[in-house]
Design a protein around this ligand. Structure first.
Ligand code: F3S
Length: 62
């Protein structure tokens, strides 16, 4: 599974690194960034959860 944060949409709410800290981190630009591009099996549920909870729908998974 691939994951990406759209920096034009992210408002830096901080939910995704709370939900999936192995996948997301906040950058110095106050936007979320992915720590990995390919999400391993064991992190996929948390990653999808973060995408569902993002108030901006800024997280794309496929
Ligand atoms: Fe940004 Fe959404 Fe995460 S607004 S900080 S991508 S939960």
């Amino acid at each position: 599974m691939k994951v990406r944060v759209d920096p034009d949409i992210c408002i830096g709410c901080g939910i995704c690194p709370d939900v999936a800290p192995a996948v997301f981190e906040m950058g110095t630009d106050d936007k979320a960034h992915t720590k990995i591009d390919q999400v391993p099996e064991e992190l996929q549920a948390a990653c999808k959860d973060a995408a569902d909870q993002c108030p901006q729908a800024a997280i794309e998974v496929d």
